[in-house]
Every structure is written in C-alpha cells, then in structure tokens.
Design a protein around this ligand. Structure first.
Ligand code: SIN
Ligand code: FE2
Length: 218
C-alpha cells in the first residue's frame, strides 16, 4: 500500500449560507443547446460596451434578455426596457434557460420568476470589479448565475466592500444561486483561466467565458 495521495482529491470551498453552488448542473449536451439559444438573443440584442458614470468603458461586452435589462452609462446604473443602441425591446429570456433558472432557485427554497437576464461576455482578459447587485426593486428575490466556457475565479465577498473575499472557481455548467442572507454579498470576477472550457461555441468569446445572471428587477 502506498501513501495516501492527498493531491488526487480536489476539495470544494466551504460556502456561506445563502450561496448555493450546483456543480455541473448543466451537462455538456444541454449546455450546447442553451448556448445555441443565446445566439438568437445576440442576433436580437447585439452585445455592446457599457460605460460607467465616469465615462470609462466596462471591459466586458454585455447584453440582456427579458422584459428589463441592466444598463449603465454617464447617467448611472439602472434597468431599461430596450437595447440602448438599437432602440429595440430586449428579446425574451429563452424558455429553456428561464425554466432552468426557476428550477435552480426553487431547489434553494428561493423560488422566483426572473424578468431580467444580464449576459456578461468575458474575453480572455475579462474581469468584473467587486460590486453588489442593488438596482433591483426587491432584494428578497435571488440571483441565479450560469457559467459557460473557461473557468472563472469568482470573488465572493461579504456585506461590506472591505470584507474578506473568498475565491470560488466557477466552471462550465455550474449554476450558482445567491439568496437570503447572501443576496447582497459583494462579488466579482478576478480572472478567466485559459484552456479550461470543454468545448468552443460561437456564443462564447474565443478563449473566454459567458455568464448569465437571472434577476427579478421589477
Ligand atoms: C455578475 O455579477 O454580473 C456576473 C458574475 C459572473 O460573471 O460570474
Ligand atoms: Fe453581480
């Protein structure tokens, strides 16, 4: 008998109450079908670059589906009912994606019907600064996140910006729900890990990652 090879085991992070991580909840076949649906969303609502209040561009391209979509420009952060560049209402959330988001929330005893889905497109060098999702009307509703493509080192913080941050790897097919006492945690994306995606797909930026966050904004 050889020595126990501890390095063969990958340990999962211990997550706080209200953060539910369903590893690989979306299998490879379903993932492809859902990503195909996203190509329809991109045709109706082309990904674009948002600006912050300062006028600086956000690094990731973004778009939305649902009756409301999150937008930011010199006037600040808010939900709007149409694509600011095309003037066309956001396309509906593809039914299979919406159903899966509702199932995930219900599995966490936080049932909801999302009316907004923010699509974040991360290129290889993509990242997202630490922030709180606080533009929704009622924080009792959860946030549901789907990840596709390369792994992300997600930063999970606390209630205050200065609280310590825990790194959590989000992989292709992972579903995460932020609910209850963790709904308002600060969070962000530190970096994308190259070469970790199981396949390429035209909906995922080359060498990057696609994240969907489902919300109830109104
Ligand atoms: C977000 O907070 O809007 C996206 C998080 C992620 O990309 O995992
Ligand atoms: Fe967020």
């Amino acid at each position: 008998m050889g020595a126990i090879q501890h390095d063969l085991f990958q340990t999962e992070p211990v997550l706080p109450a209200g953060i539910s991580l369903m590893r690989g909840r979306i299998d490879l076949e379903d993932g492809r079908a859902l990503l195909d649906d996203m190509l329809g969303v991109f045709a109706a609502a082309p990904p674009y670059r948002l600006r912050m209040k300062t006028g600086a561009y956000v690094i990731n391209q973004m778009t939305n589906c649902g009756s409301l979509g999150w937008h930011s420009d010199e006037r600040g952060y808010r939900y709007v009912d149409r694509h600011p560049e095309t003037g066309t209402p956001w396309p509906p959330i593809p039914p299979r994606l919406k159903a899966l988001a509702m199932q995930a929330a219900a599995a966490c005893a936080a049932p909801f019907v999302p009316d907004a889905c923010l699509v974040n497109l991360y290129a290889e060098e993509g990242k997202l600064n630490l922030h709180q999702d606080h533009d929704e009307k009622d924080f009792a509703w959860p946030i549901v996140s789907f990840s596709f493509g390369n792994d992300a080192i997600f930063a999970l913080g606390g209630a205050r910006r200065r609280d310590p941050v825990q790194p959590v790897t989000l992989r292709h097919g992972d579903v995460m729900v932020m609910h209850g006492e963790s709904r308002m945690r600060f969070h962000g994306v530190k970096k994308i890990v190259p070469g970790t995606a199981p396949f390429d797909h035209p909906a995922i930026p080359a060498g990057g990652r696609l994240n969907l966050t489902f919300r109830r904004a109104a």
